[in-house]
Design a protein around this ligand. Structure first.
Ligand code: PLP
Length: 248
């Protein structure tokens, strides 16, 4: 691999831009954390790098980022293979077909979008095979919950009523670790109300599975509301990387 401009220290305007944008987002996170009195347990920042080139991921690593998010298997697999030396934690955050489970468990530290038993079963089988092959750690699994009242504007996820069943499958599967819940705020609604709903779903889940403490919530537009509602993992893309280039 060619030495990246980011690592070589030569003048790199994109590195300077990312450093600045990241600083602004970190400030927003810090002040929301302070307002919420959560300094003792600040959320984990996951930078969503989908559609942006692997070089940007290298730059982010040079700026201290340890966790990155991707939503398409092919793109994530390519970047993770290319950047293996950086030892980043890759979070899969997109809709996932069960037949991609085998690929995802090769690089993913966590899957935030487990929304049906069939996918949980596929991930369980794939991760066990991968653990035999490489001894990889257990796969962190978040149950993605739909916070939409109606099917219109549906942004993926299990219905709240289906969370207990999914939790049972995940917690009973060797190789998987039930981390907690994840949601995307519905487009039309107030994000704070949506994240309060998610917090209640999380509390119910924890009463049954005390280890399932994680709440993956909060994107560029609504990270403050998510922090107020107890988010433990933030997934921030465009406010750090800028508008997503139209690849495909
Ligand atoms: C793209 C994406 C994000 C990041 O969104 P931004 O608005 O760019 O911060 C977060 N979560 C999911 C599930 C995404 O697909």
């Amino acid at each position: 691999m060619k030495a990246p401009a980011a690592a070589s220290g030569s003048h790199d305007p994109r590195l300077a831009e990312l450093r600045e944008r990241l600083a602004v987002v970190r400030q927003r996170i810090d002040s929301a954390v302070a307002d919420a009195g959560r300094q003792a347990e600040p959320p984990q920042l996951i930078v969503v790098t989908k559609f942006h080139p692997a070089e940007d991921v290298e730059r982010l690593a040079a700026l201290g980022i340890t966790d990155v998010g991707e939503n398409r298997d092919q793109e994530a697999a390519d970047k993770a293979a290319r950047l293996a030396e950086l030892r980043l934690r890759w979070h899969f955050i997109g809709q996932l077909q069960s037949n991609k489970a085998k690929s995802v468990v090769r690089y993913a530290h966590a899957v935030h979008s487990v929304d049906r038993p069939q996918l949980a079963a596929g991930l369980a089988k794939a991760v066990r095979a991968e653990q035999e092959r490489t001894g990889r750690a257990d796969l962190e699994c978040f149950i993605q919950v739909s916070l939409d009242e109606d099917a219109d504007g549906h942004r993926g996820g299990a219905l709240p009523a289906d969370v207990p069943g999914l939790a049972e499958v995940l917690s009973a599967s060797p190789g998987l670790r039930l981390a907690g819940v994840m949601a995307v705020a519905p487009l039309a609604a107030d994000p704070e109300a949506a994240f309060e709903k998610l917090a209640a779903i999380s509390a119910r889940l924890r009463s049954e599975y005390p280890q399932a403490t994680a709440i993956s919530a909060g994107m560029s537009q609504d990270l403050e509301a998510a922090i107020r509602c107890g988010a433990t993992h933030l997934r921030i893309g465009s406010d750090i990387l800028g508008p997503r280039p139209a690849l495909r």
